[in-house]
Design a protein around this ligand. Structure first.
Ligand code: HEC
Ligand code: HEC
Ligand code: HEC
Ligand code: HEC
Ligand code: HEC
Length: 182
């Protein structure tokens, strides 16, 4: 199997194909960088700073971060538990009421997202007291969540090296490819 693959890779046509593949991947990465710096339009301009001002905690809405890989988004019903008691004065509040009336889920657009082959898990980070802001920026002063630039493999590894503080066992575990790719 291995030998066959090597023989295949030696064929000039395969090298051209590989070259094209690499160019496509690099081109895609360039596009990704451009794209990842624009906050995408959201179905409701949900205002993070307003909710921080009235004292709603990040984990109240993104509960999953404490217990598992994904932080999760609140359901429209969770928004409505508060908002059914709040007079509608802003267009976003009317939009929310319309989603509740129609029974449709709110189609939020992902902002903080890694490729499928990366296994990120919130739980160990929250357990180690890494703050949301360290990775997501100053969300309490944002309206819709803004993407953070350069959150690549080097970003993960740099912090993992720092977090292991010279502890060899921990460093090996946190830098092991299988910790993030499996
Ligand atoms: C160590 C960095 C780090 C910390 C700390 C962190 N996050 Fe994340 N967060 C990420 C990464 C990376 C992703 C993308 C994960 C993916 O696509 O698999 C993400 C994704 C998300 C998402 C969207 C996807 C999902 O998981 O539902 C939300 C919401 C989120 N984070 C909220 C939070 C909140 C709230 C906190 C604090 C309680 C927090 N994060 C702490 C790195 C972090
Ligand atoms: C814990 C209670 C609570 C939850 C949960 C909650 N809100 Fe709010 N929200 C408030 C309060 C309080 C205000 C301020 C009301 C005001 O200024 O009239 C507010 C304000 C708003 C506004 C107006 C923002 C502005 O620009 O001033 C919108 C839009 C809104 N919320 C949408 C949502 C959506 C969508 C969700 C669910 C994702 C949600 N809220 C969840 C309490 C909550
Ligand atoms: C009242 C509920 C609520 C609170 C409180 C809240 N969020 Fe959010 N968060 C949302 C909603 C709704 C979205 C989807 C809209 C958007 O991306 O702006 C979101 C999106 C996000 C995203 C991007 C998620 C994705 O799908 O990529 C991150 C990261 C995030 N929030 C972090 C935080 C942090 C950090 C805090 C605390 C400072 C916080 N949130 C407080 C409701 C909330
Ligand atoms: C700001 C610092 C920081 C950043 C950035 C960061 N991490 Fe971590 N990560 C930690 C800390 C601290 C731990 C917990 C270490 C411990 O106590 O075992 C951890 C643990 C983990 C674990 C659990 C490892 C295990 O087996 O226990 C995974 C998986 C992980 N991180 C993936 C990632 C990925 C993927 C990224 C980038 C997308 C990332 N981390 C970015 C600090 C960070
Ligand atoms: C702490 C988490 C973490 C560890 C450990 C880690 N990676 Fe990654 N890796 C990532 C993230 C996040 C990405 C996606 C972002 C990017 O492309 O830089 C990635 C991307 C990649 C890619 C795709 C590169 C590209 O440009 O698209 C390859 C290949 C890869 N990793 C191989 C490895 C190998 C081999 C190891 C072990 C030596 C390893 N990774 C260890 C987090 C990690």
């Amino acid at each position: 199997m291995g030998e066959k693959l090597v023989a295949l890779l030696r064929r000039p046509s395969m090298r051209v194909a590989l070259g094209v593949f690499v160019l496509l991947v690099l081109g895609g990465a360039g596009f990704g960088v451009w794209q990842s710096q624009q906050p995408p339009p959201q179905p409701i301009e949900f205002n993070h700073s307003r909710h921080a001002e009235v004292g709603v905690q990040c984990l109240y809405c993104h509960t999953g971060a404490l217990t598992g890989p994904t932080a999760g988004l609140p359901s429209a019903e969770k928004c409505w538990a508060c908002h059914q008691q709040i007079p509608i004065t802003k267009p976003g509040q009317q939009q929310l009421a319309d989603y509740i009336a129609s029974g449709e889920p709110i189609p939020w657009v992902p902002v903080a997202i890694q490729p499928d082959f990366v296994q990120f898990n919130h739980r160990p980070h929250i357990a180690a007291a890494v703050s949301c802001e360290t990775c997501h920026g100053d969300v309490s002063n944002m309206t819709v969540a803004e993407p953070q630039p350069d959150q690549n493999m080097g970003w993960c590894l740099d912090c993992h090296i720092e977090a292991s503080k010279g502890n060899e066992e921990m460093r090996t575990r946190l830098l092991d490819c299988a910790t993030c790719h499996y």
